[in-house]
Structures are given as C-alpha cells and as structure tokens.
Design a protein around this ligand. Structure first.
Ligand code: ZN
Length: 233
C-alpha cells in the first residue's frame, strides 16, 4: 500500500511540474514539445536529474548550476502541493473511477490556473475541449441539476456584464460557466466564494493592479473536491 501511495504522490508532483512548465511556455510562446526543460535566464538545457520534481530543485539549491540565477520557487510549491493533494484525494476517494475523474478535473483546473498566472489569459482550446470532456463524463449528474439552469444562466449574464467593466476577464466567466454545468449551481457558488475571498486577501497584500483570478477559483475547486470526497467517505 505504501508503494501505491508513494506512486500517487510522485504522479501528483509530475503533474504539478508539467503544469508549471506548460503555463510558463504558453505565456512565453514556446511549444510544450519544443525541447527538454531549460533555465529561464540562460536557456541552458537542464540535466535529466534536475527534471525530477522537488528533488531537482533541492539538488540545484534553488539556483541554476550554469548562470547561478535563482530558480522560481513556484514550481517547487506547485509540485509539493499537487503531490500532497493527489495523496489526500487517494485517502478520501472510495472508488478508482471517481479518483480518476477528480484528479483529471483538478489537473485541467491547475493547467488553466498556471496559464492565467503567467500570462493573465488562457488557451481557448484547453478551456473548451477540457470542459466538453468533463461534461460528457458527467452527463448523468448534469441531468440532476436541470432545475438550476435558469439561475445559472442569470448568474452568468450578470458576470458577463462585469467583464465589460473589466472586473472580470471573459476566460474567468467561461471557466465558471463550465464549472456551473459540470458541478452544479451551489457547488460552483462555493468555489466563487472561496476564490473571491482568497483573491481579495491576496489583492490587499500584493497591491497588483491586475491579478489572475483562475488560480484562486481553481484553489476553491480543489477545496470543494476534498470536501465532497471527505463527505462521501
Ligand atoms: Zn541559467
């Protein structure tokens, strides 16, 4: 059992590492299949051992071994967080099919979060194809909340009005729209509540003019999924 949990943790860290690389490359217009990972400053390709999530960062001491510039800590944090998150989900989830659905949904949310974090925009392909995939996977549950669809549409129209005042980006509204249909009205309201509170607190301290909202919404989604799985447990 210990071996399985270790493998799940490692898979989580690899997914986290991939998401950071994918988000950074999306923001800087590099293809994800371009080449092996490289230093962001001097562009020297990293040795294979430095590509190992968490361990690679620690071996390098947080600095590029060629140009000695410091490596962003974002990757270390995301890898550790996502590894621990997968591990927690595996403790809480009762069946394998549900575990796969929840982890894939979380990975999609993390990829979008990191794209938004690095570039304040998201790939429409990832957003739409991912959403349709999860909608198809969850068709049975979607029928359960048919009754809430008028509320969902009203809420989305209100959010769309916010985008014209530049309070929200269009990508945020489309992301929320899909979450409404995948998870239902009330669960998505919880996500908005958690996401807005965290973004508000962050904004107070960071004093940035424009902040990426999807990372906070995805964080809300992770908390909600943990809560849902623990209540099924
Ligand atoms: Zn370097």
């Amino acid at each position: 059992m210990l071996l399985i949990y270790t493998l799940i943790f490692i898979t989580g860290t690899i997914c986290g590492s991939f998401a950071v690389c994918y988000g950074w490359r999306f923001a800087n217009s590099y293809s994800i299949i371009y080449s092996r990972s490289f230093c962001e400053k001097c562009h020297t390709q990293l040795k294979k051992i430095y590509l190992i999530p968490i361990i690679g960062f620690l071996i390098q001491g947080g600095r590029c071994t060629t140009c000695h510039s410091s490596i962003s800590i974002v990757s270390l944090i995301v890898e550790f967080f996502f590894g621990s998150y997968f591990l927690l989900l595996s403790f809480l989830t009762t069946n394998a099919e549900n575990f796969i659905f929840v982890t894939l949904l979380s990975l999609w949310a993390l990829l979008l979060a990191l794209q938004d974090f690095y570039s304040l925009t998201v790939s429409s392909y990832l957003l739409c194809f991912g959403s349709f995939f999860f909608l198809l996977q969850n068709l049975f549950k979607i029928q359960n909340h048919f009754v809430d669809w008028p509320f969902i549409l009203l809420f989305l129209i209100s959010l769309a009005i916010f985008t014209s005042f530049k309070f929200l980006g269009l990508g945020d509204v489309i992301y929320l729209g899909f979450l409404f249909f995948i998870l239902g009205f009330y669960d998505t309201l919880y996500i908005i509540m958690i996401g807005s509170s965290c973004a508000g607190i962050y904004h107070l301290f960071a004093q940035e003019k424009k902040i990426a909202f999807i990372p906070f919404l995805s964080f809300g989604l992770f908390l909600l999924l943990i809560y849902q799985e623990s209540s099924l447990y």
